[in-house]
Design a protein around this ligand. Structure first.
Ligand code: UD1
Length: 337
């Protein structure tokens, strides 16, 4: 069965392509290489011994999207990762985010709704919950006013899919990720942040390897056990596997609603200092860090209630925080060697 993976050369996309190929799916990747590289195809090949079909294409080009689907008429499912994801950049350039994350979604759905049936998996984010009142966060927690254009594109994206599914043959699953980290255990694939990383784990590994002088810990006066923010860090391979399970559910027509939503996390919250300690343990390195002021827009804590994903999808995150950090460190060492 042929599956389209948009953004399939990116961090989560590439790991998902590996899991899809391992499960016997035929994969076609669309990527515009704006935040990825064609070399990722070699990493995928080295792990799976299969090279997916790759088409360099920008999903903002509506005609090109139409031509792509006219050529690949046998696509039965789409996993849609292609999107911009830097919160700060989205505040500075909102139209780039609305165009990149929403026009592309609309063009894809316009093609899919012409099919007799289609399965669609959407990359959403726990950012839709804002600072949730209750921990752990269930899928029923209210969606709150987005704090950035990036967050808003995820909320609007979810709404677009829900509206379109009502009047088409598209069935969809919205996957709300908590904090994806780590790399493939083979170190053939991992995260390749361009410029200064905004996210915690790539900043940690780049500091440890000597690319950054020190890590700034944003705030130690939060109402948490050690004063630093709490997040739910999930290994990217676990996350990738959840996509395959979700897709299979749609293909098997086991979904109970036209659009279902799942949180994807480990269910465990870790503070920034706990992440640093775990990293120091697995790497055997002392990390240079200092406590600085809070970062604007950060929520105090966010970790998932994973019961729905566990019971309905039969999926559980398997890797520990330490394993995820170990894989991120192995990857960092490999790409700098
Ligand atoms: C961020 C986005 C989220 C997005 C995700 C994508 C915000 C508010 N949220 O999540 O919408 O889906 O990235 O990957 O931007 N930290 C430091 N020092 C650093 C970097 C981070 O102390 O140099 C702390 C942060 O304050 C936070 C934690 O580490 O408490 C995790 O930060 P980060 O990796 O940026 O993820 P989120 O902000 O949770």
């Amino acid at each position: 069965m042929k599956i389209l993976v948009t953004g399939g050369l990116g961090f989560i996309g590439s790991h998902t392509v590996v899991e899809l190929q391992n499960e016997g799916f035929e994969v076609v990747i669309i990527d515009n290489l704006s935040n990825s590289s064609e070399e990722v195809l070699n990493g995928i090949f080295n792990i799976t011994r299969k090279k997916p079909v790759f088409e360099k294409l920008d999903l903002r080009e509506k005609i090109a999207v139409r031509e792509f689907f006219a050529k690949h008429t046998d696509i039965v499912g789409v996993i849609h990762f292609a999107a911009s994801k830097a919160v700060g950049e989205s505040v500075e350039n909102p139209l780039l985010y609305y165009e990149n994350n929403l026009n592309t979604l609309i063009y894809l759905l316009q093609e899919l709704q012409q099919k007799p049936e289609a399965s669609f998996i959407f990359s959403s984010s726990c950012t839709v919950y804002g600072q949730a009142e209750l921990m752990p966060i269930t899928e029923n927690a209210p969606v709150q006013q987005a704090m950035s254009p990036y967050g808003n594109t995820k909320q609007i994206g979810e709404e677009i899919i829900i509206d379109v599914a009502k009047v088409s043959n598209i069935n969809a699953i919205l996957l709300r990720y908590f904090n994806p980290i780590g790399a493939h255990p083979t170190a053939e694939l991992g995260e390749l942040p361009i410029g200064v990383p905004q996210n915690l784990v790539p900043f940690i590994t780049q500091t440890a390897i000597g690319l950054r002088k020190e890590l700034s810990v944003f705030g130690s006066d939060y109402p948490t056990s050690d004063g630093t923010c709490i997040r739910d860090y999930i290994h990217v391979v676990d996350l990738a596997k959840a996509h395959v399970v979700a897709l299979q559910r749609l293909l098997d027509k086991k979904n109970q609603e036209k659009v279902e939503t799942f949180n994807l996390g480990t269910g465990t919250g870790s503070s920034v200092l706990e992440v640093i300690n775990a990293f120091e343990k697995v790497s055997g390195q002392k990390l240079n860090y200092k406590i600085v002021a809070r970062r604007e827009g950060d929520v105090v804590e966010a970790f998932a209630n994973t019961t729905k994903a566990n019971e309905t999808l039969g999926w559980n995150a398997q890797s520990t925080l330490e394993e995820a950090l170990e894989s991120a460190w192995k990857w960092e060492k490999k790409i700098r060697s």
